[in-house]
Structure formats: structure tokens, C-alpha cells
Design a protein around this ligand. Structure first.
Ligand code: FAD
Ligand code: DHB
Length: 393
């Protein structure tokens, strides 16, 4: 089969689905290719915390009706040190900004529902294999994809690589080693979803000699909890009672214990590919960069990239103006590096390495103490947590 469209989108994660929606709202056609099946995508549990700008983007794109109804607004965040509780008043320190808890799974489902209602084509179980033609001004871009053992093509003006860290798009860019920047961390996150009301109605980050812990939620009756664990930990490694005891100890709270309905281990890495475009191929979201989950920035970064890419494509089609597209990488990277810094900084401040010396521990405690004791420290943390602006010029 040979399909034709204006923008060929690879990946139906938050980046790909949002791009298709914004383009649709502006009369631009697209087709999404997604490697996985629909049921898998609808069930995939991931991010939970949205910056103000992310919520605004979903609302403006017209996919925010359920988000508006079910969202949990957080006006603060708690930083616990050795079990001692402290709260930062995010709303007060950021002139009214807040963060919102609404699962990535929910917004993904909302966007798939809207896409299906409006006949935005998503081809499930279709794997992009090879991209070509995007370098040449006069050729169409071609995505070669496989589906149930057969090869097909999509001919398009532009290719949007929204295919996550393991996708094919980044590898099609003419990058060298110099374009790739990485940092691996010597710990992972063990995450659970439990049928239990969260004890604290806002997020808690905990620094503890036994390691980092985090309390979040996915609803009034659903706790989302994480503890730092060694790399390579088996998701079935821990007894449930040990896990709850460890969470209570590190967080310094008595969690409501409930049925654990999901368990998983997430490795932690920082990664930036500083070439995000070539010809008419653009990459966005996890395809271009990864942050460790501390700081809750991954999905928010993906949404910021799509804000830039969609605006660039709209200016191209509606005004024949390529200025934003030409500067796509530059505009995105300016924000990406700052968000990478924040995520790396919060990660290294709150986690404890196996061989950590006492001086490093004291530095971590002093860093947190500075955030808590200084209005400027708290404001700086908050400015990053609620989300930095996109700088267009
Ligand atoms: P993805 O969601 O990875 O989507 C890419 C899609 O492309 C996938 O569906 C994949 O199947 C598909 N694909 C891949 N290759 C191909 C191919 N060749 N052909 C076709 N399709 C392909 N972020 C936050 O902002 N806040 C948080 O609180 C947060 N918490 C997190 C907690 C955990 C435990 C984890 C693991 C992540 C968390 N994140 C968080 C990060 C966030 O989930 C990701 O950054 C986000 O999913 C990135 O979206 P994306 O659309 O760029 O990529
Ligand atoms: C989640 C919340 C966070 O604050 C964070 O840093 C990472 C993940 C969550 O709710 O999943």
C-alpha cells in the first residue's frame, strides 16, 4: 500500500498524538504509524505530573475536557529530609502557577478517542523501518513501514519522528558521536500503583540515608509510589510488606496500604541528541532527549517540542514561512538543556549512591536546606518545577 499525506508521524505517544491533533485543528493532514497495538498503548502507565504550559496546550488543542474534570491540582510540593516534613508553596512562589496530576495513560486515551472521532488515521502495529527523500528539496519524504510481514510506504512533505528513545527516526539523522550527550545513573526507580488513598494530597520527594522515595498519585483512591533501587532490580524482587515499610521509613509518613496493581522498574538516564532536524525530518520528545524521572519532566518536554514543531508546520502551510522550522532545533534545545539540568540536579541531590561519602551527603542536605530556607532558593526550584517558558527569539 502507498499512502500519501502532508505530515507522516511516527509514534502514537503523547508527542505524536498531540502533533496530529494540533495539525488537524489547523487543517493539516497527517497519518500516525504506531509499532504497538491499541490496547497496549491505552494501558501503558507512565508520567503523571503536568506543568502549567502542558495543561494549557492540551486544553487549547481541544482534548482537555476530561483533564479539566478529573485533574488534581497541586499548589505545593513536599521535600522530606530524614523523615522530616517540609512544604514549598509553589503557587505563592510562582505568581499563581501550579502543577497538575493527570496520568499520561489518561491523556493518551483522550487523544486516541478524539483522533478516532475525527478520523485522524492511526495505523497500529505498523513499524517504521526506513526513512528517505527528506534530504532533497524536490523529492517527497518516504516512510517505509512493515505491518504483519508486508512492507508499505507513506509519501509525505514532512516526517515527524515522535518514536521515543528506541525509535528509528533519530538514527536516520546524519549525526556523529559529537551530537550525542549522555549520563547514566547508578540507580533505578521501583514504582508501584496501589489501590490506597495517598496520605498526602501533594507530591513528596524524600531524601533518606536508605535512598530516595517519592509519593504521588493517580486519583483520590490511587497512590503512585517509587523508591530508589539498584540498577537491574527484578520487578518481583521485593516482598510487599518490605516495600511498604521501606516507603514509610524513607518518606517519613504512614502510607495507607492497599492492593498493588502495577509494579515496574525504570532505569535512569540523561540523554540529548543536539541535532533534531535534517531537511524535512524533525524529531521530538523522547526520540531526541531523555531525562531521569525525578522532576517529572519527560512528557512535559515532549509537549514543549510539539508546541514548537506544530507552530513551525502551521507557519509553513499557512504563510509559506519557514523561520520557525529552520530554527526548530535551536528553539527547542535552549529549553531542553535547562530542563536536563534541573532533572539531573534533582536526581543527584535526592538519590544516594552505594559508595556515597559523608561529604556528598552533607552537600545534598545543604542543597535541600537552601531550597527550604531561602526564598530565592525555593523560587528557583519552583520556577523549574512549574515549567520554564519556550523562548522563541
Ligand atoms: P513515547 O511515549 O515513548 O512514544 C513513542 C511511541 O513511538 C511509542 O508508542 C512506541 O511504541 C512508538 N514507536 C517506537 N518506534 C517506532 C517505530 N519504528 N515505528 C512506529 N512506532 C514506533 N514525564 C513527565 O513529564 N512527568 C512525569 O511524572 C513522568 N514520570 C515518568 C515516570 C516513569 C516511571 C517513566 C518511565 C517515565 C516518566 N515520564 C514522565 C516520562 C514520559 O513518560 C516520557 O517522556 C513520554 O512518554 C515521552 O513521550 P513521547 O511521545 O516522546 O515518546
Ligand atoms: C511522578 C511524579 C513526580 O513528581 C515525578 O518526579 C515523577 C513521577 C508520577 O506521578 O508518576
Amino acid at each position: 500500500m502507498n499512502l500519501k499525506t502532508q505530515v507522516g508521524i511516527i509514534g502514537a505517544g503523547p508527542a505524536g498524538l498531540l502533533l496530529a491533533r494540533i495539525l488537524y485543528n489547523n487543517g493539516i493532514e497527517s497519518i500516525i504509524l504506531e509499532n504497538r497495538d491499541e490496547a497496549y498503548l491505552r494501558k501503558r502507565l507512565r508520567a503523571g505530573v503536568m506543568e502549567q504550559g502542558t495543561v494549557d496546550t492540551f486544553m487549547k488543542a481541544g482534548v482537555g475536557a476530561r483533564l479539566e474534570k478529573e485533574k488534581m491540582v497541586h499548589e505545593g510540593i513536599h521535600l522530606h529530609v530524614n523523615g522530616k516534613a517540609n512544604r514549598i508553596d509553589v503557587k505563592d512562589l510562582s505568581a499563581g502557577k501550579v502543577v497538575t496530576v493527570y496520568g499520561q495513560k489518561n491523556i493518551t486515551n483522550d487523544m486516541i478517542d478524539h483522533a478516532q472521532k475525527d478520523d485522524i488515521q492511526i495505523i497500529w502495529e505498523a513499524k517504521a523501518e526506513k526513512l528517505e527523500g527528506f534530504h532533497n528539496e524536490n523529492d517527497s519524504s518516504i516512510i517505509h513501514y512493515s505491518r504483519y510481514g508486508k512492507m508499505h510506504t507513506i509519501e509525505c512533505d514532512f516526517i515527524a519522528g515522535c518514536d521515543g528513545f528506541h525509535g528509528v527516526s533519530r538514527t536516520a539523522l546524519p549525526t556523529t558521536e559529537k551530537n550525542i550527550h549522555t549520563c547514566e545513573f547508578p540507580y533505578s526507580w521501583f514504582g508501584i500503583l496501589a489501590e490506597a488513598p495517598p496520605v498526602c494530597h501533594e507530591v513528596i520527594y524524600a531524601h533518606h540515608p536508605a535512598g530516595f522515595a517519592l509519593q504521588s498519585m493517580r486519583g483520590p483512591e490511587l497512590s503512585r509510589l517509587y523508591i530508589q533501587c539498584p540498577n537491574g532490580t527484578d520487578p518481583n524482587a521485593y516482598e510487599e510488606e518490605w516495600l511498604w515499610d521501606e516507603l514509610d521509613k524513607r518518606l517519613g509518613i504512614t502510607n495507607n496500604r492497599g492492593n498493588i496493581i502495577d509494579k515496574g522498574v525504570a532505569p535512569m538516564r540523561s540523554f540529548v541528541c543536539d541535532m533534531m532536524q535534517s531537511g524535512r525530518l524533525f524529531i521530538a520528545g523522547d526520540a531526541a532527549h531523555i531525562v531521569p524521572p525525578t522532576g517529572a519532566k519527560g512528557m512535559n518536554l515532549a509537549v514543549a517540542d510539539i508546541n514548537v514543531l506544530s507552530k513551525g508546520l502551521i507557519h509553513h502551510y499557512q504563510h509559506n514561512d519557514n523561520d520557525i522550522l529552520n530554527r526548530y532545533t535551536e528553539i527547542c534545545l535552549r529549553r531542553i538543556w535547562k530542563v536536563e539540568r534541573f532533572s539531573w540536579w534533582v536526581t543527584t541531590t535526592f538519590h544516594v549512591s552505594d559508595d556515597q561519602d559523608e561529604f556528598t551527603t552533607k552537600m545534598q542536605e545543604a542543597t535541600i536546606s537552601y531550597i527550604l530556607d531561602s526564598k530565592i532558593g525555593a523560587q528557583s526550584f519552583t520556577e523549574n518545577y512549574v515549567g520554564l517558558p519556550i523562548l522563541w527569539d
